[in-house]
Structure formats: C-alpha cells, structure tokens
Design a protein around this ligand. Structure first.
Ligand code: CNA
Length: 323
C-alpha cells in the first residue's frame, strides 16, 4: 500500500514537473500583471467573480463572518443557511427565498467600481468573457454586453415553474408583480401556473445553465490572463475553472483573503508557494474596488475608469437593509 502511494506520489510529481513553466511575470504583483498585459498585448482576458464584487453595493456575500448571508438568515428560521437555495426547503417554505428575491431584485442596487472595471476591460478590447457567480445582474447594469457575460448561477432574467418537464416558463414581470403583492400574490401565481414559480437562479444540485457548459472549456483554453475577484472559490463546478485555465496564462486573485490554493496538483492557485512552484499566480490582498483601481492605474487607465464611473452617474451607495 505504501509503495502504491509512493508510486502515485512520484507520478504526480512527474506530472507537476511537466506542467511547470518558466516564470511568466517579471514580478508577482499588480505591476507584474500590468506589465504582462501591456507587453504581451493580452486580448483574451477571462474574469471569474463572486459576491465580493458586490459587497460595496450593499449586497452581503455568503461567507464573511458577521455580515455574510449565512450568518444573517436566522430571521428566516432555516434549518441551515444553505437551505434557502435548496428545492426541498423551497417547496415547503417558499416565503424565505421569496423575501430574499424581493430584496435582491435588479434595480435595488447599483454597480460598484469593480463592475465598471469589467466594462472597461471590454471597452479596451481585451475581455474575452466574464464568468460570474452573482445573481444580482450588476455586470449588465454597469454596461457589460450580454455576450461577454456568463451568469453561471443564473439570475432574474427568466422565471420558471419548478418540478415541470418540459419546463414551463413564466415572464419575470408576472413573478415580480406577484411577489410585490405579498403572500397572497405568490399563492395566486402558484395556483395559476400549477406550481411554485422561481427565477432561474441555480439551486444546490441543479444543473448550471447551458451557456456555461457550452463556453467555459474553449474560453479557459484560449485565455491569456485569468482575473478572479471576490470569491471564496468553494462552490463547484464554478471554482474548477481556475484549474482549467491555459497553463501559459497568468492568474490574478483580488480578494480580502487567499482562496482556491492548491499545493499538490495544478488545479488551484499556487501563489503561496515559492520559486519555480509558482510561475504565474498573483494574490493581491485588497477590496475588489481598490484592487481594480490599482490595476487600472498600473495600466495607465485610471482616468478612463473614473470617467466611466462618473459618466454613468450611478455607483453603489451602501444602504442595504441587512448590513
Ligand atoms: P462567498 O463564499 O461569500 O465569498 C466571498 C469572498 O469575497 C470571500 O472570500 C470574501 O472574503 C471576499 N470579499 C467579500 N467582500 C469583498 C470585497 N469588497 N473585496 C474583496 N473581497 C471581498 O461568495 P462566493 O461568490 O464565492 O460564493 C458563491 C455563491 C455566492 C454563488 O452561488 C452566488 O449566487 C452567491 N451570492 C451571490 C450574491 C450576489 O449576487 N451579489 C450575494 C451573495 C451570495
């Protein structure tokens, strides 16, 4: 058994050696990333983002202790916080999810500087795609065109009746009207449609949208830089995209804390490792807005970013009821 493990370990080490490349960056920091973008003329940047790009808009993330949704869902009396995104619980107690949906409905929050940075990457002609776990649609509200976005966990663009096959679609404005009318409203909608209606937000155990499955392998293979922002990288399959990124693409994480690290296999970030064990990963510990501004500054795009934010005239003001 010991021998088998030893052979397996040697095999993995061999594979790892094969995968290693000479350092891709002149320095493993924002300056190094900006220099790489300019020198190599990157044009296939892929961004992955999570709830951390929207916290400055007033929408809490999931897991930050104290302010995260998981710590603040007690008012819904859930058996556990994750239940709010479970079909089993929704079927029995839809009120909890419906209250959350009403609060998060697009239009209640404004984009953050990090969202405008996504749009800037696109306007500079270097964004291949943005993969978001967020359901708040703030990327689009900041002006990122729909073809550049993959809403991996769904959003409020569509609604459907659960437990139906083939799926029965419901216009989202009907759901909105029903939710605005309170408990009577969604009960009437349920009766009219023959089942509970939910926005197409991916619940635990549900399949990710076709668009995600169709695009992610080619996008990640073609990417020449991966930027990951505001995510704990614990939800799969989304988090697995980090490991699929082209081996010759540097990877940058902008986050309050390290996430997605991996020592043994090339499936996660390696910025915590020294020397040749890390040839491409950078961790920039900061808030997403500040990190994006720092990168924009290093790229000589500081004024462009600020002008974009100002021109839209709508940037986040943190006034959420739950923070
Ligand atoms: P998470 O697990 O809560 O992780 C968020 C990460 O971002 C943590 O590592 C935080 O430290 C970090 N963070 C928080 N705020 C900032 C900030 N301002 N700057 C930098 N880093 C910050 O959330 P994930 O997105 O990783 O989890 C995936 C879930 C979250 C998806 O299924 C989403 O649907 C879900 N979610 C979405 C929203 C939204 O749409 N805005 C809100 C809450 C949860």
């Amino acid at each position: 058994m010991g021998q088998v493990c030893q052979s397996f370990k040697s095999l993995m080490q061999l594979q790892l050696q094969d995968e290693k490349l000479p350092p891709l960056l002149s320095s493993f920091d924002m300056e190094g990333i900006a220099g790489y973008i300019a020198e190599k003329g990157c044009k296939q940047v892929v961004v992955m983002c999570g709830a951390g790009i929207s916290t400055s808009a007033g929408i809490p993330d999931f897991r930050t202790p104290g302010t995260g949704l998981y710590d603040n869902l007690q008012r819904f009396n859930l058996p556990r916080a994750e239940s709010i995104f479970e079909l089993k619980f929704f079927r029995k107690t839809p009120q909890a999810f419906y209250e959350l949906v009403r609060e998060l409905w697009p239009g209640n929050y404004e984009p953050t500087p990090a969202h405008y940075f996504l749009r800037l990457l696109n306007e500079k002609g270097i964004l291949r795609r943005c993969y978001t776990q967020n359901i708040d649609s703030l990327e689009g509200r900041a002006g990122l065109p729909a073809e550049k976005l993959v809403a991996a966990h769904g959003n409020f663009d569509e609604a459907h009746v659960i437990d139906t096959w083939p799926e029965i679609k419901v216009p989202v404005h009907e759901l909105k009207r029903a939710l605005d009318a309170g408990e009577e409203g969604w009960k009437e909608l349920k009766k009219a449609k023959g089942g509970l209606v939910k926005p197409k937000i991916v619940f635990f155990g549900e399949a990710l949208p076709d668009r995600f499955n169709r695009l992610h392998m080619t996008d990640l293979a073609a990417c020449d830089l991966l930027i990951v922002m505001g995510t704990s990288l614990v939800v799969y399959p989304f988090a697995g995209l980090v490991g699929v990124a082209n081996k010759s693409a540097p990877r940058l994480l902008i986050n309050r804390d390290q996430a997605g690290t991996c020592d043994t296999l090339e499936s996660g970030f390696r910025f915590h490792l020294q020397g040749e064990d890390n040839w491409r990963d950078v961790f920039h510990k900061d808030d997403c807005d500040a990190g994006c501004r720092t990168l924009a500054e290093h790229l000589g795009w500081k004024d462009d970013l600020e002008a974009l934010i100002q021109s839209e005239g709508r940037v986040s003001v943190c006034n959420a009821p739950w923070v």
